[in-house]
Design a protein around this ligand. Structure first.
Ligand SMILES: [Mn+2]
Length: 419
């Protein structure tokens, strides 16, 4: 009979989600509860699928608990698995290393923890599986833990559980480093890894998997996330199925503005892209970063209208249904369409203007005139305006060269479009 188990890692229970708290319309309760809600869904899934066991490959916790509630919550979820007769194999990683966890609770007896002082093998009775693993004692484990893992047990399905950066993952702290070939050489059939938060899979002498983290926690952890359901046939053939159970998803939407002419066009195109997001897993709420990108005739109009653009995007979100979409940020990376749409004469005049503007920062008379005219205006400007226009602060500080540099691209773009 086939063996079926869930492999999850990097759950980071009760870790805060970042990036939406600055906005009053952010879903505070959903953000606070997301890592727990996703984990509870994973437990639901394990029970519904009646899997043989669950493997948690490190960073179950985000660090020591603020209070005992995190531990009590975890015991409750483990109790649900216990009543369903599902054992759990738990390994601690850098975030929940023994030395980091100042609080502790007794876990239900269906939970088997890998020790920190040496690798341990758990043999499952009845289904011919052996699990090998070693937890982190300190967060910064720099030795190759896998090198001391025991040889494969003959005739059973061997699973190595390991929290590791694996070689080549420069973006992740290089803990318990090892190479893919070293993992293959152990002779195990499956490696249940944790630490790298992006899904990855290799198939050689063993199947090696990072399931990725269960729930994205900021825009850096975007797109679908979850765990993997592993099915092992009698001949030890392994099938991996990704299970997406994140309860709030971070997404990056890039709107290509190349063929767009105005802020209205940009707004409508953004609305279409946001709507398309909900075609996949429409029930999962999204936190979205919108980037308007590309060379476009709309550049000059967009430049300086960031707050209107943000409102345009919010209006599109409201129309779609704001209970499923939240705006994390709007980024503007458009560039002007220069030179292309102009006659030679216009291009000549334009080039002259460009030269004047680029020389303006060295022209003391010009800067002096600018100062005397603008200073009067700045002296009268209400304080609230300083928040909306960072340029006013530059004027007050007498930083006119930076002011001219900052405004030049938008000015050129506006003029080029009028031409
Ligand atoms: Mn982690």
């Amino acid at each position: 009979m086939a063996i079926r188990f869930i492999h999850a890692a990097d759950i980071h229970l009760d870790s805060p989600l970042h990036g939406l708290s600055a906005y009053p319309d952010a879903p505070a309760a959903q953000l606070r509860g997301a890592t727990r809600d996703a984990f509870s869904l994973l437990v639901d899934y394990a029970i519904d699928e009646a899997v043989d066991f669950v493997v948690l490959a490190g960073d179950l916790y985000d660090g020591t608990w603020r209070d005992y509630n995190t531990g009590i919550y975890f015991c409750k979820e483990m109790g649900r698995l216990k009543r369903a007769s599902i054992p759990v194999y738990l390994l601690y990683g850098n975030h929940d290393a023994e030395s980091e966890m100042t609080r502790k609770l007794e876990l239900p007896e269906n939970v088997h923890c890998f020790p920190t002082h040496k690798p341990e093998t758990f043999a499952l009775e009845g289904i011919s599986v052996a699990l090998h693993g070693q937890s982190f004692k300190q967060p910064a484990v720099t030795e190759n833990l896998a090198a001391n893992y025991p040889p494969a047990v003959p005739g059973v399905f061997n699973i190595g559980v390991l929290h590791t950066a694996l070689e080549g993952y420069a973006a992740h702290a290089s803990y318990a480093p090892c190479t893919l070939d070293e993992l293959y050489a152990r002779g195990y059939q499956y490696w249940a890894l944790g630490h790298v938060h992006e899904f990855a899979q290799w198939t050689g002498q063993s199947v090696v998997v990072f399931p990725g983290n269960l729930q994205g926690r900021s825009i850096k952890e975007c797109s679908r996330r979850g765990a993997v359901l592993v099915t092992v046939n009698d001949d030890h053939h392994v099938n991996i199925e990704r299970v997406f159970i994140d309860v709030l998803r971070w997404e990056r939407v890039v709107v290509d503005a190349r063929s767009l002419e105005s802020i209205g066009d940009v707004s409508r195109a953004t609305g279409r892209e946001l709507q398309a997001l909900l075609d996949i897993d429409g029930h999962v709420p999204r936190a979205v970063r919108v980037t308007i990108d590309g060379p476009t005739r709309a550049h000059g109009q967009l430049f300086g209208l960031e707050s209107q653009l943000r409102s345009e995007v919010l209006a599109q979100i409201s129309a779609i249904g704001s209970d499923r979409l939240w705006l994390e940020k709007v980024c503007l990376t458009t560039t002007p369409l220069l030179e292309t749409a102009h006659s030679d004469k216009a291009v000549g005049a334009f080039a002259d203007l460009k030269k004047i503007l680029s020389g303006a920062t060295d022209d003391e008379d010009f800067l002096r005139n600018l100062q005397s005219e603008l200073s009067i205006f700045v002296a009268k400007a209400p304080m609230e305006l300083f928040d909306l226009m960072p340029e006013l602060e530059q004027i007050r500080q007498g930083n006119f060269a930076a002011l001219v540099d900052g405004l030049t691209p938008g000015l050129l773009a506006l003029i080029s479009e009028k031409g």
